[in-house]
Design a protein around this ligand. Structure first.
Ligand code: G3I
Length: 331
């Protein structure tokens, strides 16, 4: 039986999940289950600007500090998400940040936040989702950071983070890299180009995070293409983390056998990516269906509650849990 954390550890892998402050704090049974199953904790939102930065000159570490202590108390690693993103910015951002002050505001933020956890942070998602989903000329997503600082904001962020904590692993994290279609393929090659450029400029970067929000109804993976992408990333000397896995059912899965289908997606995807030795960390975007972003952001059209995670709403292990455990055993 054991736990996902033990099953992973026995293969030299790290398993963990994202969680929010509120349920960890308020639901003792959930907190216990979390500590039992997970070797790493990622605050879902608590390290985003929106929560950390109530005003331009304030940092509010209360929730994230509590979570860091919770991780430490339960012998879990702690992982930071995320320093530079175009979403989850506070109200004041729009009125305050401009071309002139953006560099100072960004580097101050990174320095203060990364120093605050220096020595206690397993890894940081330094930059999240910087590649355009499709089409833009140099491949970068249009964000306030790109607009104010140009393409160099990415390397600036990594260098600033490394100076503030030389120990934390520094990660570039992105989504929609998993499927087999032309858009995804273009995005993979853009991510590769970015990583190559950063490495060639000796930017301190240690891993690629592949979010892995997988649609259960999508056409599936191309094992050959995905493997060769992972191999190319690894050949740059980078580790690869699966950072936000869950299986989204949208409206298409029949209620009867959806748990089996979802488990099958976990099994297929994880056994594929774990073939690559550089993949050494697997994180799901939540642990229990009771607390999943998908309930609000990727609901079923028929209104039935979604079941994207390893534990059900009663915190019991599901078929998805078995599939993940099996993928670890076979890695
Ligand atoms: O806490 C407030 C609550 O007080 C208020 O009543 C409610 C009204 O909308 O909002 C609540 O905050 C929401 C928060 O989730 C907690 O549910 C925010 O509005 C909402 O923006 C926030 O969404 C998060 C989203 O990122 C944007 O930051 C999701 O929880 C979180 O799961 C999601 O995570 C992202 C990763 O960071 C990056 N990759 C994709 C992933 C899924 O979208």
């Amino acid at each position: 039986k054991t736990s996902l954390r033990e099953r992973a550890a026995s293969q030299g892998l790290i398993y963990g999940a994202a969680a929010s402050y509120q349920p960890l704090r308020a639901n003792l049974e959930f907190a216990q289950r979390f500590a039992q199953e997970c070797a790493i904790l990622v605050p879902t939102n608590e390290l985003k600007w929106q929560i950390l930065r109530p005003t331009p000159d304030q940092f509010d570490f209360r929730r994230s500090d509590w979570m860091a202590r919770f991780a430490q108390k339960h012998n879990m690693l702690f992982r930071g998400h995320t320093l530079v993103w175009y979403q989850a910015l506070p109200q004041w951002f729009k009125e305050t940040v401009n071309r002139k002050n953006a560099e100072r505001i960004l580097t101050d933020h990174i320095t203060t936040v990364v120093k605050h956890y220096a020595g206690n942070m397993h890894s940081w998602d330094v930059v999240n989702e910087a590649i355009a989903p499709n089409g833009s000329k140099d491949g970068l997503r249009q964000t306030p950071w790109l607009r104010f600082l140009g393409a160099d904001y990415i390397e600036m962020a990594f260098r600033t983070a490394a100076a503030a904590d030389p120990q934390a692993l520094l990660v570039y994290n992105d989504n929609n890299l998993e499927y087999d279609n032309p858009k995804t393929e273009a995005k993979r090659s853009r991510v590769l180009k970015l990583l190559e450029r950063l490495k060639s400029k000796r930017v301190p970067i240690h891993a690629l995070g592949i979010q892995s929000h997988i649609g259960a109804s999508s056409q599936g993976f191309n094992a050959k293409k995905l493997r060769s992408f992972l191999k190319e990333v690894a050949s740059l000397g980078l580790k690869i983390f699966i950072t936000e896995m869950d299986v989204l059912e949208k409206n298409l899965l029949e209620l009867e056998n959806r748990d089996a289908i979802i488990a099958g997606v976990y099994q297929d995807y994880l056994s594929l990516v774990l073939d690559e030795p550089a993949v050494n960390t697997v994180i799901t975007w939540g642990l229990s269906d009771r607390y999943t972003w998908a309930a609000n952001f990727a609901p079923r059209q028929d209104g039935a509650p979604v079941r994207p995670l390893p534990l059900d709403t009663q915190l019991e292990r599901k078929l998805a849990w078995n599939a993940i455990a099996l993928a670890f055993d076979q890695a």
